[in-house]
Design a protein around this ligand. Structure first.
Ligand SMILES: Cc1cc2nc3c(=O)[nH]c(=O)nc-3n(C[C@H](O)[C@H](O)[C@H](O)COP(=O)(O)OP(=O)(O)OC[C@H]3O[C@@H](n4cnc5c(N)ncnc54)[C@H](O)[C@@H]3O)c2cc1C
Length: 366
């Protein structure tokens, strides 16, 4: 249990890439930080594990243990190509600069450790169940109550802090992932498209691939069912052996970005969920967490009022991240077309330079 009168400058809910990035940055800027995470580390997470080049500098700057960061980057397969596969058709494009494929099991645990080393008070297995006030804040957690001058929510796509928890009518979208042995891995992200979903496959370590699908639950609820939805994927997966139990997540819902509510700041997926095919969710999580901490520290350790600091974050979010989310939502529209129209849209990507252009539009760092 927490001490009865535990008090921080900044309380952060959730310790995925957004929460840890925020905690590390704020602690380095001199704020006292409490980081509250419902689960423990290490743990697997549903994710394609494509870590875009845009995130690598931020990541290197956040990881305090330089040796651990170097060995993580060296061990991670570099991804320099992507292939889109629809039926028997294949379109290939370079990924330049290359991305890395890093298991979330390792990545999130290293960031958690870096937050602790930076001086944040880290609280695993401590779920935040509610909050009162709008600065200062009182949080109710599964381990007791906490007071903080500022609050940042980094609790991911779907939590008790999600503003609108109404589920859209009809079948829901789910995410499911596992790692499999595949001796002949290539440095490529393959995206297998089928009606109402797609599955990404990429190497995640020597001889092991990550298969991660986003699919409508009336089409498939397990990876085995997903594999049957694409003939080339079914052939490829026929001899795979799983190296972990599958993990899944639901619901996957896209909403308008909401980086601020009252004086509470939202970062990463808690502010907005970008379609996974963009491969930019981790990057936006790391970068929005860092920007939010910098803005809020102008209040915690500087002369700004809380409202000014929050307003500054809202402006930065609109400038840096909102354009990426809207570019991704335009591509998502193509993916949601009926099969004949999707097939025509797929052919568009053969136009030289179009696929690299779309990749850039969903990734451009300001
Ligand atoms: C199918 C799929 C594939 C994806 N593939 C990729 C990819 O290849 N590349 C990429 O860049 N992005 C990908 N993404 C997106 C990426 O996973 C997210 O954008 C990223 O994890 C967001 O980080 P976050 O820190 O905001 O949230 P999360 O990683 O979701 O972390 C939130 C944390 O908050 C904790 N939490 C929740 N509620 C509470 C609470 N009440 N109290 C305390 N703790 C709480 C959770 O336990 C969790 O640890 C994919 C997503 C999906 C669904």
């Amino acid at each position: 249990m927490l001490n009865a009168d535990l008090q921080f400058d900044l309380a952060i809910v959730g310790a995925g890439p957004a929460g840890t990035s925020c905690a590390i940055t704020a602690a380095r800027l001199g704020a006292s930080v409490g980081l509250f995470e419902a689960k423990d580390f290490p743990r697997h997470r549903v994710c394609g594990e494509f870590v875009s080049a845009e995130s690598l500098d931020v990541l290197a700057g956040l990881l305090q243990d330089v040796q651990a960061a170097e060995s993580l980057f060296q061990a991670a397969p570099a991804i320099d190509r992507t292939r889109l596969l629809l039926g028997q058709r294949v379109i290939e494009a370079p990924v330049a600069p290359p991305a890395l494929s890093i298991s979330r099991y390792d990545l999130d645990a290293l960031l958690w450790d870096a937050a602790r080393r930076a001086g944040a008070a880290v609280h695993p297995n401590c779920e935040v169940v509610g909050s009162d006030g709008d600065g200062p804040f009182t949080l109710q957690t599964s381990c007791g109550s906490v007071k903080a001058k500022a609050l940042i929510v980094a609790a991911g796509r779907w939590s008790q802090f999600t503003a609108d928890r109404t589920l859209p009518a009809g079948p829901k979208w789910i995410g499911v992932k596992a790692h499999f042995q595949e001796p002949w891995t290539e440095p490529c992200t393959d995206l297998y498209f089928f009606a109402n979903g797609y599955c990404g496959v990429q190497p995640v370590s020597d001889g092991v691939v990550n298969a991660c699908a986003m699919v409508r639950s009336d089409r498939a609820t397990s990876l085995e069912e997903v594999f049957t939805l694409h003939p080339k994927l079914a052939d490829r997966a026929a001899n795979w052996r799983a190296t972990m139990l599958p993990v899944s997540t639901a619901p996957l819902i896209y909403r308008q970005p909401q980086p601020v509510r009252g004086s509470t700041v939202f970062v990463g997926d808690a502010a907005a969920f970008i379609d996974p095919f963009a491969g930019d969710g981790i990057s936006i999580a790391l970068r929005s967490g860092r920007v939010a901490a910098q803005c809020i520290c102008a209040f915690l350790t500087g002369p700004a009022a809380l409202s000014e600091a929050v307003g500054r974050y809202q402006q930065e979010y609109s400038r840096q991240f909102a354009p990426l989310l809207s570019a991704a939502s335009r591509v998502r529209y193509l993916l949601s077309l009926p099969p004949f129209a999707q097939s025509a849209a797929f052919e568009l990507f053969r136009f030289p330079g179009l696929l690299p252009f779309v990749i850039r539009k969903t990734r451009r760092a300001v």
